[in-house]
Design a protein around this ligand. Structure first.
Ligand code: SAM
Length: 220
């Protein structure tokens, strides 16, 4: 497929997504399918043990709160409306709690957990903000900090996924190479990387060794 044809296809897809019904259907469908990929990556990378504490940084409305029945789950987000909604939605779960906090202004000892993770956050942050986020995440977790997010596929391999990442509210969708390059500059050691086909977006998971309170990183 030549560059001219590729541009034509892209223009056609952009036009299609201007239709609100198509846009909404896509949001519902892709949101669901992507969350399945995120859950697979979380399971693979977190390897949680029974009774551990897990911190979801940038938890939004707490979509993953019910996924950890054998752990203590703490969701943290800067947006009070999201936290309020999450508290109402998950009030029936005794192992789940939420805190409205800005990750960037946390003092030492304010919060800690065995493992911490963030989902779908990297593509909303500039390189500098992302590095600060990873630094805080690794400081909070004793054992590991896991980053899970979509990445920008090459247009020739996955034109729909490419277009949807470009249309996303998050303005910093990165290719997997670029995302790994930025994460590699964060300082803490990366101990595992894996990819999930996802649909229509590909997604990746990255595990960092941590240096949280107690410094008991398992280094894997
Ligand atoms: C795209 S949302 C992802 C929400 C959730 N993880 C999910 O997958 O549904 C990114 C979230 O990060 C939160 N966030 C961004 N900067 C933050 C900060 N400095 N401290 C805490 N939360 C932050 C935003 O409020 C937003 O809810």
């Amino acid at each position: 497929v030549g560059a001219h044809d590729r541009n034509k296809i892209m223009r056609w897809l952009w036009k299609l997504f201007e239709n609100p019904a198509v846009y909404r259907l896509n949001q519902q469908l892709t949101g669901y399918l992507l969350s399945l990929a995120y859950r697979r990556l979380l399971r693979r990378h977190l390897e949680l043990r029974k009774g551990e504490t897990v911190l979801d940084v940038g938890c939004g409305t707490g979509d993953y709160a019910a996924d950890f029945p054998d752990q203590q789950y703490i969701g943290v987000d800067i947006n009070p409306a999201y936290i309020e909604r999450a508290r109402v939605a998950f009030s029936r779960l005794p192992n789940v709690s939420f805190q409205c906090l800005d990750l960037n202004t946390l003092g030492a000892g304010d919060l800690s957990a065995d493992c911490a993770y963030c989902v779908a956050v990297t593509h909303h942050l500039t390189d500098q903000e992302l590095l600060a986020f990873v630094h805080t995440g690794t400081r909070l977790a004793r054992r590991r900090f896991v980053v899970v997010d979509l990445y920008l596929p090459p247009v020739w391999r996955n034109p729909l996924g490419h277009l949807l990442v470009k249309l996303d509210r998050g303005r910093y969708g990165r290719s997997k190479e670029r995302l790994l390059e930025v994460l590699g500059q964060a300082g803490p050691r990366i101990t595992a990387v894996s990819f999930d086909f996802g649909f229509p977006y590909p997604a990746l998971g990255v595990t960092f060794a941590t240096h949280g309170p107690g410094g008991a990183s398992d280094g894997r």
